[in-house]
Ligand binder design. Structure first.
Ligand SMILES: [Cu+2]
Length: 318
């Protein structure tokens, strides 16, 4: 695996140079992919909201609201990128959110290989981290950040790591999983178009874990990705350490907003015993109905899901 990664690194660099916009079909190289769609975004600054924009899940765009994710050439064992701002220059000032100025999340297109890491910012605006891309595949990398003076954004870019690739089927839906000797159970079911509580309960050896350690300002950090297009969903912890009501386990509750019916993969990062563990679940949102597309797009849903690989209707790209 390690060898594959190293060999692949060179190609990753090449992919960066040529801009891997899997599914969008356009070379990145600085140019915003959906130029114009967010023009006149003063509306956002004044509190008015572009409905279509606001309903679009995160992570589907490489460029949004004037900010562009640029994956950079880097040594094989490193992942590097920068965020170009509305003036075209690398952004160097970020707000802290969930304890960090930048969250980098990666997953393969088949939803395997999830990693959540925190790169270091160089003065020139370059973010670097030991590469989280663990082997061959079509990876999606998400940069989740808030530029100082701007709104929270999640931009996504595709990165190909060549090599022998085995497509992994999405594990079946389940309400219980194990990781590193912990059992994590899930209660609650996400409902399209509304905020749904999801509670994850951690135990080990049959005993509830009641001394979870804070991680990223909460007792857990949950990322949800939609099958089919890897839409990145906003999930917020319901309660934080020290608020007088949130306990360090065994249950951690999140508020999730899923934009459509369909399958999602949930990734719960929690810290215990000085280490971060990631528990993964497949969940199906909404009531499966006859004729629901297997990839989860529900055209009648509250959000414009679009075709898996063609962005959202009304994007204006060709
Ligand atoms: Cu993070």
């Amino acid at each position: 695996m390690r060898t594959v990664t190293r060999l692949a690194g060179f190609a990753v660099g090449l992919a960066a140079v040529f801009g891997t916009t899997y599914g969008i079909g356009r070379v990145v190289d600085r140019a915003p992919v959906v130029e114009g769609r967010h023009d006149g975004d003063a509306a956002h600054a004044t509190g008015e909201h572009d409905e279509a924009t606001d309903r679009l899940p995160g992570g589907l765009l490489v460029s949004d609201r004037g900010y562009t994710l640029e994956h950079l050439d880097a040594p094989a064992d490193e992942f590097a990128f920068r965020i170009a701002g509305p003036d075209g220059r690398p952004v160097t000032r970020y707000d802290v959110a969930h304890d960090k100025r930048m969250h980098l999340i990666v997953a393969r297109r088949d939803l395997s290989g999830f990693r959540h890491v925190h790169p270091e910012l160089a003065p020139d605006g370059t973010w670097r981290v030991d590469t989280p891309l663990a082997g061959a595949g079509q990876w999606r990398a998400f940069a989740d950040f808030t530029p100082t003076g701007g709104e929270p954004l999640t931009l996504g870019v595709d990165v190909t790591v060549p090599g022998e690739l085995t497509e992994r089927p999405l594990p079946a839906p389940s309400t219980s999983t194990t990781v590193d000797g912990y059992t994590v159970t899930l209660t609650g079911s996400p409902q399209p178009g509304r905020t749904s509580p999801l509670t994850l309960t951690v135990s080990r050896g049959g005993q509830p874990v009641t001394d979870l350690e804070p991680y990223l300002g909460a007792y857990g950090h949950l990322v949800a990705l939609r099958r089919g297009d890897l839409a990145y969903l906003h999930v917020h912890p319901d309660g934080v350490p020290g608020d007088g009501r949130t306990r360090p386990g065994p249950a951690v509750t999140f508020l999730a907003e899923v934009p459509s019916a369909g399958s999602y993969r949930l990734y719960l990062d929690f810290r215990h015993g000085g280490a971060v563990h990631t528990a993964e679940f497949t969940v199906v949102a909404g009531t499966p109905t006859v004729g629901t597309p297997p990839t989860g797009g529900d055209p009648s849903g509250p959000a414009p899901t679009g075709g898996a690989d063609h962005g959202t209707p009304g994007h204006g790209h060709n």
